[in-house]
Design a protein around this ligand. Structure first.
Ligand code: PLP
Length: 474
């Protein structure tokens, strides 16, 4: 593609993106295609000869867009509602253009040093002490896996790097709450620890880990020949955004010499607001902490910031430098390939840098604060309605609730059926999208506010949609 042809096509694409971002409501939030529709609409093998760009764009509109679920839609309230902001998209475009591999400092000094700078800015923004040094991963799942690998690396006398786990004299154990994200289980599987090595600790009635139960579990495991080595605490659990009591967990970890990893994938961003700093209370004593600017800081997917108090442990766990990757660069430079399992790394820092500079801390905090305000408003509607009830506290911007019409005395089973039907019906209408979870076995609707384009009008729309669908049901 010549420079001229690139310029022409790029303008078309940028116009397309600008229109898309300006009017995402043109599309149903949730894609309406059936399984296999997209594959059937596409040829079964690649074209033999190149095709004109216009043909690709036409197929993008006709085939691909109908199969897109629009996370950028302001009424996307499912899972955690992540969205890419325009400055982040521009940063992403440039990083695709550079196409550097940020594996070594010399393979692109700007990529490495901008990663260090943006991580330092972010660290300050959420109030973590300066001993914490960071590395960017694709996702929090990978960050947590690496944190557990680092925790394993510091176990005295184990030398898992050389000997593997089969020669360990005692089986290893680590801990998280029953509400921790499934990525903790996946870390147990991937690292060869096995799911039996992960003990899930019960929660209190606000879905936070019971720290006394944690301390007892550790004592019991030691007495039974296990070797405890790590605790994963969560700030903002996936189902309900509960916050584990990190200060109490940190005390236990310090007493028991266990690595403390904090999964603040969702909740960490809130600490950019001074009044929400409390969410990271106790995290200064953690060994590692992950938070995802791609979740609630408007950075296009993916960007996960992992901080370690002793980053060299991560390096010890993963660094392996074959001859062809050796350089004569000074010891002072960071080669980020040393801090995880992957060699090749994207230039993710550019989009983060654009987002931080475009909005500033104030701008990001104002948007996060507004999401929290909107969720408080929704909560007040639920609490004052006789047909709906809250299912959990809402410390951030996720509201967990369900319909419980006062007109009849519903059993738990009927409530589950009713709420399942409501969710299906609301999502089928295409104006808003919500997801669900189960809390203490009870089917619960989740409305997550986190999209940069969401306003009071969209939350009102969701409430009206829910109310309409409920009236039709009852
Ligand atoms: N941790 C928590 C608390 C989450 O809610 C999620 C995803 O929602 C994850 C980890 C996994 O995030 P990622 O998709 O970045 O792996």
């Amino acid at each position: 593609m010549s420079a001229e042809e690139f310029r022409r096509n790029a303008h078309v694409v940028v116009d397309w993106i600008a229109d898309y971002l300006a009017h995402p409501q043109r599309f149903p939030v949730l894609s309406r295609v059936q399984p296999g529709d997209i594959k059937r609409a596409l040829p079964s093998s690649a074209p033999e000869l190149g095709e004109p760009f216009e043909a690709m764009l036409a197929d993008l509109n006709d085939i691909i867009v109908p199969g897109v679920t629009h996370w950028n839609h302001p009424a996307f309230f499912g899972y955690f509602a992540i969205s890419g902001s325009a400055p982040g998209i521009l940063g992403e475009m440039l990083s695709a253009a550079f196409n550097v591999n940020a594996m070594l400092w010399r393979t692109s000094p700007s990529a490495t040093e901008l990663e260090e700078v943006t991580l330092s800015w972010l660290r300050q923004m959420i109030g973590l002490p300066s001993q914490f040094e960071g590395v960017v991963y694709d996702t929090a799942s990978i960050a947590t896996m690496c944190a557990v690998a680092a925790a394993r690396e510091v176990i005295d006398g184990l030398d898992v790097r050389h000997k593997g786990l089969c020669r360990a004299s005692e089986p290893l154990r680590f801990y998280c709450s029953e509400h921790a994200h499934s990525s903790v289980d996946k870390a147990a599987i991937t690292l060869g620890l096995g799911l039996d090595s992960l003990r899930k600790i019960p929660c209190d009635d606000e879905f936070r880990i019971d720290s006394r139960a944690l301390a007892s579990a550790i004592a019991e495991d030691r007495a039974n020949g296990w070797r405890p080595f790590c605790v994963v605490a969560t700030v903002g659990t996936t189902s309900v955004t509960s916050v584990d009591p990190v200060p109490a967990i940190a005390d236990i970890c310090s007493r028991e010499s266990l690595w403390l990893h904090v999964d603040a994938a969702y909740g960490g961003a809130a600490a950019a607001c001074p009044e929400m700093r409390w969410v990271l209370e106790g995290c200064e004593a953690a060994d590692s902490i992950v938070f995802n600017p791609h979740k609630w800081m408007f950075v296009p997917f993916d960007f996960s910031a992992m901080y370690c108090r002793r980053l060299e442990v991560l390096r010890r766990a993963f660094s392996l430098v074959p001859e062809y990757l050796r350089t004569a660069d000074s010891e002072e430079v960071k080669n980020f390939m040393d801090y995880g399992p992957q060699l090749g790394r994207r230039f993710r820092a550019l989009k983060m840098w654009f987002v931080l500079r475009y909005f500033g801390r104030e701008g990001l905090a104002a948007r996060i604060r507004e999401h929290i305000r909107l969720s408080a408003e929704l909560k007040s509607w639920i609490e004052t309605s006789s047909d709906w009830e809250m299912m959990a506290p809402a410390p951030f911007s996720l509201v967990c609730f369900r319909a419980r019409p006062s007109s009849a005395d519903y059993s738990e089973e009927e409530l589950e059926k009713l709420n399942t039907r409501l969710l299906e019906a609301v999502n089928r209408r295409g104006k808003v999208f919500l997801s669900h979870t189960k809390l203490n076995g009870r089917y619960t609707l989740r409305l997550a506010i986190g999209n940069i384009r969401t306003t009071a009008e969209h939350v009102r729309l969701a409430w009206d949609e829910l109310s309409e669908v409920l009236s039709a049901e009852c």
